[in-house]
Design a protein around this ligand. Structure first.
Ligand SMILES: [Zn+2]
Length: 270
C-alpha cells in the first residue's frame, strides 16, 4: 500500500511570522523540527495502518525543509522543485492508495492565518468553478486527476474547515487558529499525537469515501495583487483579462488548469 504525503510548513503547530518558516532566518530551526515531526507522525500513522511505501513531497518554499534522517525507512523524500505543473503534488501517480496533506494553510484573502496565501503572495485569490481555492483545493483536484483519494489534512483550523466542506469524508487535525497577525496553537506534541492517530484511523477506513469528483469543465480565475501581473498572465494562450487585475482560463482537462497555474501563479514576477 503506497501513500503520498504533500507537506507544507505554514500550517504546522505554531508559526506566526514568515521568519519562522524561512530557511535563512535563525527562528526557522525550531519549526523545521516540528514540520519534520508532524510528517514523521503521519508516516507512523500510515505504517500502523499497513502502508508499505510512502513518498513525501517537501512542498514548502525551497522544497528543502524536512530532515530526511528522521523519516522511517519506508519513506522516500522528494526535495526541491520538479518544475512541472504538479508542483506540491509532484511524485503522485495512480499507483497510490491515498494522499495526505500535512502543514497546510488558509488561502490568500482568508483571515485564517497570518501566513495565509495561495502559492505566492502576488495572488489575492484563486477560484475554481466559483469556489475559492486554497492550495488544498488545487492539489486535491490533482489527486482527483490520478483517481487517488485525499483522506487526511492537518493545518490551521480554517483550511481544515475548507477541506472538510469540500470532501466531507476527510479527516482533519487543526493545529492552530489564526487571529489577526497571531496564531493560537495547540501543544506541538499534541499536534504530533493527533496527526499519528488521525492518519491511522483515516487509512483503516474505506478510503473511497474521499474520492475527488472531477467536474466536466473547469473555469479558473486568478485575482492578482497588482494589475501588471494580470496583464502579463493574460497573454497565456487561451487566457483573458476578466477585470484589470483578474485573469480567467477555462478547460475540460484539469491538467490544462494546472499548466495555467504553473505559468499564472508559480512563474509570475512583480
Ligand atoms: Zn509553505
Amino acid at each position: 500500500m503506497k501513500i503520498f504525503i504533500s507537506a507544507d510548513m505554514e500550517g504546522i503547530a505554531g508559526p506566526a511570522h514568515w521568519d519562522e518558516v524561512d530557511k535563512t532566518h535563525a527562528n526557522y530551526a525550531e519549526f523545521r523540527e516540528q514540520m519534520t515531526a508532524e510528517v514523521v507522525a503521519a508516516c507512523e500513522g500510515a505504517l500502523n495502518a499497513g502502508a508499505t511505501e510512502i513518498v513525501i513531497k517537501d512542498a514548502h518554499w525551497t522544497g528543502r525543509n524536512i530532515i530526511a534522517a528522521k523519516l522511517p525507512r519506508e519513506a522516500r523524500l522528494i526535495r526541491g522543485w520538479t518544475r512541472d505543473p504538479y508542483s506540491m503534488m509532484a511524485g503522485l501517480d495512480s499507483s497510490f492508495h491515498a494522499a495526505l496533506m500535512v502543514g497546510y494553510h488558509a488561502r490568500s484573502g482568508s483571515d485564517g492565518s497570518p501566513l495565509a496565501h495561495t502559492l505566492t503572495e502576488r495572488v489575492a485569490s484563486v477560484t475554481i468553478n466559483d469556489r475559492y481555492a486554497a492550495e488544498f483545493l488545487i492539489n486535491a483536484y490533482t489527486a482527483g486527476l490520478f483517481g487517488v483519494p485525499v483522506i487526511f489534512l492537518s493545518g490551521d483550523a480554517t483550511i481544515c474547515a475548507d477541506a472538510a466542506d469540500f470532501l466531507p469524508g476527510m479527516a482533519t487535525v487543526a493545529t492552530m487558529e489564526g487571529i489577526g497577525n497571531a496564531t493560537n496553537s495547540i501543544h506541538p506534541d499534541l499536534a504530533i499525537e493527533r496527526i499519528r492517530e488521525g492518519v491511522e484511523t483515516a487509512l483503516k477506513a474505506n478510503v473511497s469515501r474521499c474520492n475527488v469528483v472531477m467536474p466536466a469543465h473547469f473555469v479558473a480565475e486568478i485575482t492578482y495583487q497588482k494589475h501588471i501581473t494580470a496583464r502579463q498572465v493574460s497573454f497565456y494562450p487561451g487566457a483573458h483579462l476578466s477585470q484589470s487585475h483578474r485573469v480567467q482560463f477555462e478547460a475540460d482537462d484539469y491538467f490544462d488548469i494546472l499548466r495555467f497555474f504553473m505559468f499564472g501563479i508559480s512563474m509570475t514576477n512583480d
